[in-house]
Design a protein around this ligand. Structure first.
Ligand code: BES
Ligand code: MN
Ligand code: ZN
Length: 492
């Protein structure tokens, strides 16, 4: 339960009160000698142990009866208006209290002297994301955090606006967490069918429509890409479609497509064994897209229709598996020579993109996929690769990503790259040689979007092992979910 209090934090009687403080000139607390907290901050400040620098924390156990049982001073630094700074501070607090038995938490913005609502929103987002733990498959141990029952905010500014910000943050954090949870489930717990179940549950709980295409329907629709990748599997594929429509008849339609490859062994072009377990994360694009749909379903925006499609399967070797050299036919009729069965993501995305564009005639398409190892070589783990046929859409996505702490970096497309995909036996081959791997993968997808404004996000470097930050855990980051929600909220 989260409460935004109209009282001042001096009245707080819970387990721990977080007091956010700025740095230098912008520091308010220690100058106010009448502040109840002054006495606790004065000495560490004089001794220069605490100066309000970003990320600094200082825990005090005050005399019983004076204030609440614990005070945690947290430095916000000089750029306290920066949204990412506040998000990181939220995560820092989450990390600082992991081992403390805190059930009722207070958080004071009263001494920051800034517009509290946007700061509170980002702080809360960072805090909730920073609390994330995935322990469904193990017993509780010393790392298990105490459950917080209640959080009381002391905004020190407009309470109504602050409340709105907290609500937005709760939704944003929730979808990030949902995406992480899906990704964290191992391949034997999260199959193509589970993507279908997630979609079905969404449609039960909210005003969205879910359609699940099983293997038979995929065959009927000539979805040769998804079927080829699924050929070696003992589990059936799914094409999961979630539709959200607003009342406004003139509203634009955004199509989201996410790679839902629940385990990528490479198929007959088998991957090396070391680290192969990480390929359970090859469904992070699908997770981000469906998590974003959860956000859309909750917020029911009035200005935009959003459709999500997740092509889902694993990629396994077997006597039935697709082989190098095989020629397949995708949904839009294009034939593909499969050179490498490990370049499977583009095959399942090809069907989803072509089917989605033909069926829903969207004004814009965004796909998210852990598509190439090459994007990690190029951009490391700090930027998502963006490739697009549309500058305006690129600007929107880049802006949303920046606001959410999920930066993107654009790479080019062009005929020269498309040419690398020429096949002597089919319309296309599924790999374009070792050079420019991220670009040729996107150039392949481009063959299935035609002229529709489209952005492709290669999240192979950011979906897990993303830049170390207080609110981003070591495993899956949930990247993309919040960026998509931000993009949808601010769509014009
Ligand atoms: N899922 C992988 C891409 C990947 C690799 C994501 C490493 C995260 C970390 C994808 O299906 C793949 O195997 N791509 C190949 C393409 C190649 C065969 C042209 C790759 O990147 O090696
Ligand atoms: Mn692969
Ligand atoms: Zn893959």
């Amino acid at each position: 339960m989260i409460i935004v209090s109209t009282k001042n934090s001096g009245s707080f009687t819970g387990d721990l009160l977080v007091v956010l403080v700025g740095q230098g000139e912008k520091m308010v607390v220690p100058k106010e000698k009448d502040s109840i907290f002054y006495s606790y901050l004065d000495r560490p400040m004089k001794l220069k142990d605490f100066s309000g620098k970003k990320g600094e924390t200082y825990l005090v156990y005050p005399e019983p009866g004076l204030v609440c049982s614990r005070l945690l001073f947290v430095g916000v630094g000089e750029e306290k208006k920066d949204l990412e700074t506040m998000r990181v501070c939220g995560g820092t607090v989450a990390q600082a209290i992991t081992k403390l038995k805190v059930r009722h938490l207070g958080i004071s913005f009263e001494f920051l002297d800034i517009d509290g609502a946007p700061a509170g929103e980002r702080f809360t987002e960072g805090f909730l994301l920073g609390r994330y733990q995935f322990d469904r498959h193990k017993k509780a141990d010393e790392d298990t955090q105490t459950k917080i029952n209640k959080i009381s905010f002391f905004p020190g500014s407009d309470v109504a606006l602050f409340r709105q910000g907290i609500k937005r943050a709760e939704c944003a954090a929730k979808i990030g967490i949902v995406a992480r949870d899906m990704a964290n489930e191992p391949g034997n717990f999260w199959t193509a069918a589970d993507f279908g179940v997630f979609g079905a549950v969404l449609a039960q709980k909210y005003k969205v429509k879910t359609t699940i295409l099983g293997k038979k329907e995929c065959v009927r629709h000539n979805m040769g890409g998804l079927l080829a990748v699924n050929q070696g599997s003992t589990a059936e594929p799914r094409m999961v479609i979630v539709e959200y429509r607003c009342q406004n008849k003139k509203a634009p339609t955004l199509l989201l497509v996410g790679k839902g490859l629940t385990f990528d062994s490479g198929g007959i072009s088998l991957k090396p064994g070391a680290g192969m377990e990480e390929m359970k994360y090859d469904m992070c694009g699908g997770a981000a897209v469906l998590a974003a749909m959860l956000g859309v379903a909750e917020e029911q925006p009035k200005h935009i229709n959003v459709i999500a499609i997740v092509p889902a399967t694993d990629n396994m070797p077997s006597g039935n598996a697709v082989k190098p050299g095989d020629v397949i036919t995708c949904y839009n009729g294009k034939t593909v020579e499969v050179i490498n069965t490990d370049a499977e993501g583009r095959l399942i995305l090809a069907d989803a993109l072509a089917y989605g564009i033909e069926t829903y005639r969207p004004d814009a398409v965004i796909d998210l996929a852990t598509l190439t190892g090459a994007v990690i070589v190029g951009l490391g783990h700090h930027n998502t690769g963006l490739l697009s046929n549309d500058d305006a859409l690129t600007a929107k996505v880049a802006d949303a990503g920046k606001k959410c702490g999920e930066p993107v970096w654009r790479l080019p497309l062009g005929e020269e790259y498309t040419k690398q995909l020429k096949s002597p036996v089919a319309d296309l081959k599924n790999v374009g040689g070792k050079d420019g791997g991220t670009i040729t993968a996107a150039a392949f997808l481009q063959e299935f979007v035609a002229e529709t404004p489209w952005v492709h996000l290669d999240i192979a470097g950011t979906a897990w092992g993303f830049t170390e930050k207080s609110y981003i855990p070591k495993g899956p980051s949930g990247t993309g979910a919040r960026t998509l929600l931000e993009l949808i909220r601010s769509w014009t």
